[in-house]
Structure formats: C-alpha cells, structure tokens
Design a protein around this ligand. Structure first.
Ligand code: C2E
Ligand code: MG
Ligand code: MG
Ligand code: MG
Length: 281
C-alpha cells in the first residue's frame, strides 16, 4: 500500500510541477515586461501610535497591476522575483516610488510622517544595495531617520556576516531597521541575540488569538515585555478588532497595524487619512 501511495503522490506532484513550471515561465516573462510597462505600484498601510492615536507613518506594500490578470499580490510574485533576480530592479522601483511619495507627503501633509519599506534577502545582499539606497535618499532629499527598512528573519539569517555589515551602514546613515513577522521563523531569538534592531513587528498569526486564547495572550505579553526590555519599538501586525486594540493598548504595545486601523490603500485614501486630526479608534 505504501508503495502505491508513494507512486501516486509522485505522479501527482510531477504533474503539478509541470503545470506550475509553465505557469512560472509565463509569470517570469510577464514580470520582466511589467518593469518597463510601469505595472508596479505601491499601496500604503497606516501605522497608528498606541499611546497618542496618531497615524505616525505608513508601510509601502507592492502591487502588480497585470494587464490581463488584474491586481496581483506580492506573495504570488516576490518569491519568483527573488529567484530570478528581478527583485533587484523591482526593489529599486519600490524604493524610488516610496521615497518620492514620502517627500511629497512630508512637504504637503506632515513633516513627521515615516515610511517603512520591505526589503528581501537578495536585495540586501546585492553589492549595489547601499549605493542605490543612498543615491535615492539624495535624489529626493529625504531624511534617513524617517525610513524604516523591514526585514524578515529569513533575510538576515541567509548571510549573517554580510547582513551585519549592511545593517551597520544603514544605522550609520540614520535609518531604522525592523524585524518583520517576528516569531514565525525558528531562529527568532537567535536573531535578536546577534543583531541590533529598532523595531519588532509581532507576526499577525500571534495577534489573531490574543483575546480568545489565554495561551496565545501570554506569548504576546512575553514578546512585548522582551521588546520593551531590549528598548525596541513593538508593533502588532494584523490587528483586526476593537478587542485586540484594547488588549494591546492595555499591555503597552507601541504601534498598531492591521485592517482595523486601515487596510493597505491607494495614495488618495492615505492622504485623506493623514489629513484627519486624530483617529479615535
Ligand atoms: P508584510 O511586510 O508582513 O506585510 C503585511 C501583510 O499583511 C500585507 O500583505 C498586508 O496587506 C497584510 N495585512 C495587513 N494587515 C492585515 C490584517 O489585519 N489582516 C490580514 N489578514 N492581513 C493583513 P501583502 O501586501 O500581500 O504583502 C505580503 C508580503 O509581501 C509582505 O508581508 C512582505 O513580506 C512582502 N512585500 C510586500 N511589498 C514588498 C516589497 O515592496 N518588497 C519586498 N521585498 N517584499 C514585499
Ligand atoms: Mg512588512
Ligand atoms: Mg509582516
Ligand atoms: Mg509577512
């Protein structure tokens, strides 16, 4: 029986791989073209200060407006972009667009607004990364203190000695570094031990059950306490309910992010939000 199952699953997987590999080739072609067709755009998700209720900044989230398939989410194309190296030119477009937008908002809306930008392993470890980044800062005359680079644990661990060097430089320049999706990788604590960060973003899978499962609540309490002890700004990701907001506020979390505060949105919507005095959510 075991043998038969093995055989079946082999057939199943190879068929699936074949289908998905033609899809992947197509997707790669499209991805390459998308760069020149200007199909990439950014949406922005607000971050709210727990203590003041103010929107303190936004996170830039990449979107692909595919000619035929419509809006495609980054989860679907970032892995392929990484694999093919296309993440390098795509990532450069992201940084260019984000900094340009930030400068505009700082001039027209609020000089204190900050921008978080997601960067993946291949980008950080690319030889030209720092030069490109500092070039963009100069191009738009943006204060590096208003920029936070979000990295997943995976990114850092892929090449930790190289990562350390890049991080040192980012810090020298004055930028902030956040650990994204904290808690989901197996090496979370190791990572805290070996690098210094400014911000810890608790993955939304931990936030989901804080008001319903006591065990989960205790884990998040401990993560917040640890973040506090290490002088990190603690951000809760994926905040979706009023109950979660109240819970996080009472536990002294610093920043809230999630659909309850605001979904990732287009430029015009962000502007409306930033013009409002103070959200009392
Ligand atoms: P992330 O940086 O952890 O971003 C948070 C993701 O969770 C976003 O998905 C966001 O839309 C979603 N989210 C936010 N609040 C909620 C909530 O309350 N509930 C639920 N269910 N989801 C929420 P998105 O935009 O699809 O991005 C997925 C991932 O793709 C990002 O995770 C990030 O790792 C990556 N990514 C996005 N933009 C870029 C980029 O410009 N460059 C790189 N390298 N990666 C990016
Ligand atoms: Mg992020
Ligand atoms: Mg995240
Ligand atoms: Mg994520």
């Amino acid at each position: 029986v075991a043998k038969k199952e093995e055989q079946n699953s082999f057939i199943f997987y190879s068929a699936r791989n074949q289908k998905s590999s033609t899809n992947l080739i197509e997707l790669e072609e499209d991805l390459r073209k998308a760069l020149t067709k200007d199909e990439f755009l950014l949406h922005y998700q607000p971050k709210q200060c727990c203590h003041t209720g103010k929107i303190i900044g936004v996170e830039a989230l990449l979107r692909w407006e595919h000619g035929k398939k419509g809006l495609i989410s980054p989860a679907e194309f970032i892995p392929l972009a990484e694999e093919t190296g296309l993440i390098i030119p795509i990532g450069e477009q992201v940084i260019d667009q984000a900094l340009k937008q930030l400068k505009e908002w700082q001039q027209t809306l609020s000089s204190s607004i900050c921008m978080a930008i997601n960067v993946s392993a291949r980008q950080v470890h690319h030889e030209n990364f720092l030069t490109m980044l500092t070039g963009k800062l100069m191009k738009y005359d943006v204060d590096p203190k208003c920029i936070e680079i979000e990295l997943t644990e995976n990114t850092v661990m892929k090449n930790s000695s190289q990562s350390s060097k890049v991080f040192e430089r980012l810090k020298d320049i004055g930028m902030k570094i956040a650990i994204d999706d904290f808690g989901v990788e197996y090496s979370s604590l190791n990572y805290l031990k070996n690098f210094t960060f400014d911000t810890l973003k608790i993955d939304r899978s931990f936030i989901a059950d804080i008001t319903t499962i006591d065990h989960q609540a205790k884990i998040v309490e401990a993560i917040i306490a640890m973040g506090r002890a290490l002088d990190l700004v603690v951000v809760a990701e994926g905040v979706e309910t009023k109950e979660q907001v109240d819970w996080l506020k009472s536990r002294d979390c610093d920043v809230l992010q999630g659909y309850y505060i605001g979904k990732p949105m287009e430029v015009s919507q962000v502007e409306e939000l930033l013009k409002q005095p103070i959200s009392n959510k």
